[in-house]
Design a protein around this ligand. Structure first.
Ligand code: CTP
Length: 396
């Protein structure tokens, strides 16, 4: 699995750096090509010559010492995966904030879009500090893969959580990072956000959807290997394998979704689409002095219905935001021609618009309702993809 793969091993300055030599050895033994990058303080714990001898390539230390004018981008482009072991609190914090003033953190940043595995190592107090925990939350949400830390003996005879995991476990994490995701090869289209329908050039009819649920669905799919077209009114996802198409109106969303759906294996329509729009939006700003306007509405295209009647059509997941009972959603699951419907009661605490969490029920067209617990939107997205993968089989 690692044979011939290009692995950049970054070593930062903690006592666990000595284990980076074992890690390099194991990666080389597995057939990988390994290049290394060290922080200055790492060189106090582990000899540059040691890593050079094991990998056959001189470690990069510092951004200006090497003959290469841009050693960090050279390394990042060459890499299939970057692994930072040990990753100290300071190095993790610099990666999370983008403070890339040394060769290791610059390499980690330049590798954006590629898998980066981080193996934290530090004392328990430092690991538990809110600053480090904030850092880890940021890193995880940015898509970094974190392995450990473990509980055990620490530097200076201390015991506790913070110990770098053993090289074997890091090798396994690198293998997992390189494994094709279970959605590899899938073409997916996701709609997200709330559409805006012009009343005049200033005002619109809209809704409270933030786009977070659809964005999470798109991100999760891409991280699991799918090629994703995200048609959204919110436009905040930067993720490898996600092509973002920003739209405003139901009409624009319909055109973009239908175009992508014609090629897609799966369509997940999580957007809150206006059902009606002003039939004749004013060309100029409506004035207060003219009194309350009479706005005549007309129906918008039903995007989901358009996908449902495609032939062949993608596996189709609809969303239904309800207020109160989910009885109507059960009817919708049958009526709309979907394979699955994700329904939620947006009036419940922690559910619906603008929150990071959601309590949904999965409904099948035959009326089976499966309530899920309160989860983060990302967890809902992953569970949904687990289900879709199980229903349509792993390969398209
Ligand atoms: N949807 C769509 N195009 C529309 C309206 C809705 O594609 N013009 C999609 C949504 O993205 C969602 C699903 O249809 O996946 C259900 O949306 P919902 O508004 O609950 O459906 P409606 O039939 O409009 O139901 P309601 O009567 O509750 O408004």
């Amino acid at each position: 699995m690692l044979s011939g793969r290009h692995i950049v091993l970054g070593v930062s300055g903690g006592v666990a750096a000595y284990k980076a030599a074992y890690l390099a050895r194991r990666l080389v033994d597995a057939g990988a090509q390994v290049r290394t990058v060290m922080t200055d303080s790492a060189t106090r714990f582990l000899g540059v010559q040691t890593l050079a001898a094991i990998t056959g390539s001189t470690p990069v230390v510092g951004l200006f010492a090497a003959t290469d004018v841009s050693p960090h981008t050279t390394l990042a482009r060459w890499a299939d995966v970057v692994v930072v072991a040990p990753a100290t609190a300071a190095t993790l914090s610099r990666i999370a904030t983008g403070l890339s003033e040394d060769a290791l953190t610059a390499t980690a940043l330049a590798a954006w879009g590629k898998p980066v595995v981080l193996a934290p190592a530090m004392h328990t107090e430092m690991w538990e500090h809110p600053a480090t925990q904030r850092t880890m939350t940021t890193l995880r949400s940015d898509g970094y893969l974190v392995v450990g830390p473990a509980t055990g003996a620490l530097a200076g005879g201390d015991e506790g959580i913070g110990r770098m995991v053993e090289p074997e476990e890091i090798v396994a994490a690198v293998e997992a990072a390189l494994a094709p995701g279970d959605l590899g090869g899938w073409q997916v289209v996701v709609s997200a956000g709330g559409t805006r329908e012009a009343i005049d050039p200033v005002r619109y009819l809209g809704n409270r959807s933030s786009g977070r649920m659809g964005n999470a669905v798109a991100e999760a799919a891409a991280q699991r290997g799918a090629e994703v077209t995200l048609v959204t009114t919110a436009g905040a996802v930067e993720q490898r394998r996600v092509t973002v198409v920003v739209v405003d109106t139901a009409e624009e969303m319909a055109a973009a979704v239908w175009k992508a759906a014609a090629e897609a294996d799966v369509a997940v329509l999580a957007a809150a689409v206006a059902d009606f729009r002003p039939a004749d939006p004013a060309a100029g700003k409506l004035r207060r002095a003219d009194g309350p306007p009479h706005i005549v509405l007309e129906p918008t295209p039903d995007i989901l219905a358009g996908v449902a009647k495609m032939s062949p059509r993608p596996f189709l997941v609809g969303f239904a935001a309800e207020t109160g009972s989910l009885d109507e959603a059960v009817v919708k699951a049958r009526r709309k021609g979907v394979d699955l419907l994700v329904a939620n009661d947006v009036t419940r605490a922690g559910s619906g618009f603008g929150t990071d969490t959601n309590e949904v029920a999965l409904i099948t067209p035959d009326g089976v309702v499966e309530p899920w617990p309160l989860l983060t939107k990302r967890q809902v997205a992953d569970r949904l993809w687990d289900r879709v993968a199980a229903m349509r089989g792993a390969a398209p």
